[in-house]
Write a protein that binds this ligand. Structure first.
Ligand code: SF4
Length: 363
């Protein structure tokens, strides 16, 4: 599941509708224009989400058709189940014909550029195409708790999140419902949606399917959980040994589409890639390799959140190596690797956590 962020979520329950507490690069681009110059040019224009431009160009409706077509023999994700979800067949993710939503609402525990004053407008989709044994959202991702919604209702949720002041539409675990999302976005756009879309994914994506999102998604928020296929195989309910390879490929595609994070004058995210990496006990996540890969394959200016909040959830207690919290030594080591790799846009909360853990080690 994509959502490994912290707490601070105010949620709308479905049906009742009430609120409850619960770098640019130095090289010239293909046109010979530096990304810095392009960003300055974009900054001078009034903000509009990517999908609005695509609709103006007359291309959004075609993308929706293409995406739904994939569901006829579902290969939205690397599992490639081949089931006809439009006829009610279920694949590995257990996704049905319609999207299933558990909760939606403003979330204040996400990365600060997403949260601002109004919160990140999260929509939690039920079920998941990855299914880690340590899933921190397992009642939603594994049990699939939630209610089916049609695309019109999904659009209404987006508009409500905009109305109450959220800064983005944060689509949590979107991979298996990508067609519904882009269909709902088009409906909401006609009713005045202007927020950036944030695609909050486990990273287990098919880069080919991701290409349909080019010009629709403004902010990509993928996890990169493992760098070693053996670990990805061991800690998923259905082996996903190809996770490190395919997720890196998908993240490269995301980076190609949106580049480094761009924010408005108030520091609110408008467009770009933000990567999450959860530090796990006993170096299971391969953090040293992860930070080097980001620095060398993407950019040292990539926004990276090295997260300290691993906790023993779901079936993790059955696996000795991950049946404990991480230590201060493990988190400090991870952050020092990131700094040594030259990552210059590390999440503010992860830097604060580094200071706390360093103090603990020195006391
Ligand atoms: S989205 Fe679901 S049904 Fe489709 S390929 Fe992936 S796991 Fe299978």
């Amino acid at each position: 599941m994509g959502a490994t962020g912290g707490g601070g979520l105010l949620l709308y329950t479905l049906g009742t509708g009430f609120l409850k507490a619960c770098g640019w690069v130095e090289e010239p681009d293909t046109d010979g224009v530096r990304q810095e110059d392009q960003e300055e040019k974009e900054a001078a224009q009034p903000w509009e989400p990517a999908y609005a431009k695509l609709e103006r160009e007359g291309k959004l409706a075609g993308r929706i058709q293409e995406a739904y077509k994939i569901m006829e023999e579902c290969r939205l994700c690397p599992r490639r189940c081949g089931v006809n979800r439009l006829e009610g067949e279920k694949g590995f993710c257990q996704g049905v014909q319609k999207a299933v939503v558990n909760v939606y609402g403003p979330h204040f525990g996400e990365e600060l550029p997403l949260v601002g004053q109004g919160g990140s407008g999260t929509i939690f989709f039920s079920n998941c195409n990855l299914r880690c044994v340590f899933c921190q959202n397992w009642p939603i991702a594994h049990l699939g708790l939630g209610e089916e919604v049609d695309d019109e209702e999904l659009a209404r949720m987006m508009l409500k999140l905009q109305k109450i002041g959220c800064h983005n539409i944060n689509l949590v675990t979107p991979t298996h419902v990508m067609p519904h999302i882009i269909s709902a976005v088009r409906i909401a756009l006609k009713e005045g949606l202007t927020l950036p879309l944030c695609y909050n994914t486990s990273g287990y994506e098919r880069a080919e399917a991701m290409k349909l999102l080019d010009g629709i998604v403004d902010i990509y928020l993928p996890d990169l959980k493992f760098m070693d296929g053996m670990q990805a195989q061991r800690y998923n309910l259905a082996a996903a040994a190809d996770y490190p390879r395919l997720t890196r490929e998908a993240i490269r595609e995301m980076y190609r589409q949106v580049g480094n994070l761009i924010t408005d004058a108030g520091g609110i995210a408008l467009r770009g890639l933000m990567i999450r990496h959860l530090v796990m006990p006993n170096r299971i996540a391969g953090t040293e390799e992860f930070v080097r890969w980001v620095a060398e394959s993407l950019s040292q200016d990539t926004y990276v959140n090295i997260m300290a909040q691993y906790r023993v959830e779901f079936k993790a207690f059955e696996y000795e190596e991950i049946a404990r919290a991480i230590t201060s030594e493990e988190f400090v080591e991870a952050m020092e690797w990131a700094l040594e790799a030259g990552l210059s846009n590390l999440d503010q909360r992860s830097l604060a956590q580094l200071a706390i853990h360093r103090r603990q080690l020195s006391s």
